[in-house]
Design a protein around this ligand. Structure first.
Ligand code: ASP
Length: 329
């Protein structure tokens, strides 16, 4: 599916541009103490578009919490009905988490596109303007409607469920299995947006109550469960970034079997599903038998957000298991 954008002046399209900070809004601190969010980036060269700008906060993305994501979801819910597209600029470090939170909680067919940059405005290789222009043009493309929040970076268009940051410094910082769902390129000044798949229907979750506390534990060779009891005592739910298809050292099996909190098993491997294959103590089949919930294809930090949303809605263990099992996200 390829969509050509209307020529400049053909229509008065409306775009909401929401700035939240990150490298795309950053520059060096004059006192020499490092780079930090300073000034929101300007949208280059879209004179035919009516742009309304918002800045709910101006943060480096390691400072973003689920409470900020909620604020953002509320703001997008308010502005989306009045515009043709929404762009959110965001730090790249937690961009995929905010994208997935919005994916879970926003019920709107208006395109919502997140982007950022890996280089700041004072660097010769600043990738901010290009990414911002790409994001705006994807947001205003009719083919982007009904796809849920998307991430646009380096010309690639990613689904919020699968996108992940794959490099700490390259401008091609985003990827994730099975890869982009679309691409934006330009011929001369004309943008061309191409999607490789059709939009799909998906459930969304209307947030209520306050955020549940969900913690992530990271598995490694020789882990005997250090930190598990402490995390289970203070959290409402746990996610484990487990090994391979969702396996753990034998010592974790009784801890999970006794846990009164839901325990979701994701993988620390970079791609692929959780499968209940192995029957040795701690193998995936034994963990599921002991009550653990497989995270499907979600990485640990996205599984955490889904569990957090479901627990905030008072979902019980069986309902949580069904959401993960049926891929209802
Ligand atoms: N390195 C980050 C970025 O690219 C900083 C942040 O996430 O705020 O935006």
């Amino acid at each position: 599916m390829t969509a050509l954008m209307p020529a400049p002046g053909e229509s008065s399209r409306r775009l909401a541009l929401i700035h939240t900070g990150g490298t795309i809004a950053s520059g060096p601190n004059p006192d020499g103490s490092g780079v930090l969010p300073r000034q929101a980036p300007q949208l280059p060269g879209m004179t035919d578009v009516v742009v309304s700008e918002y800045q709910p906060f101006n943060l480096p993305s390691p400072h973003i919490t689920p409470a900020h994501m909620r604020r953002l979801a509320t703001l997008v819910g308010e502005v989306a009905p009045g515009v043709d597209g929404v762009v959110i600029t965001h730090g790249t470090d937690t961009l995929e988490e905010t994208a997935f939170f919005l994916h879970l909680t926003l019920n709107s067919s208006v395109p919502v596109i997140l982007t950022g940059s890996m280089r700041h405005a004072a660097e010769v290789s600043w990738d901010g303007p290009g990414n911002l222009l790409d994001a705006a043009q994807v947001a205003l493309c009719p083919e982007s409607r009904g796809r849920g929040p998307l991430v646009v970076f380096g010309g690639d268009i990613f689904d919020a469920r699968t996108v992940t940051k794959v490099h700490t410094s390259s401008v091609d910082a985003f990827g994730g299995y099975p890869g982009p769902i679309g691409r934006i390129d330009r011929v001369g000044d004309s943008p061309r947006v191409h999607y490789f798949a059709r939009p799909e229907t998906r459930p969304t979750y209307q947030l209520a109550g306050s955020d549940a506390r969900v913690e992530i534990l990271y598995a490694y060779a020789g882990w005997t469960g250090e930190g598990f009891a402490e995390a289970a005592a203070r959290a409402d739910g746990l996610v484990i970034a487990a090994l391979g298809t969702g396996n753990l050292p034998a010592e974790l099996l009784p801890l999970i079997a006794r846990s009164r909190r839901p325990v979701v098993i994701a993988t620390r491997t970079h791609a692929g599903p959780i499968l209940p294959v192995y029957g040795y103590a701690g193998g995936g089949a034994t963990l599921v038998e002991a009550g653990a919930i497989p995270a499907s294809f979600l990485n640990a930090h996205k599984a955490r957000l889904l569990l957090l949303v479901l627990l905030s809605l008072d979902y019980g263990p069986q309902q949580i298991r069904e959401v993960f099992q049926q891929g209802a996200f």
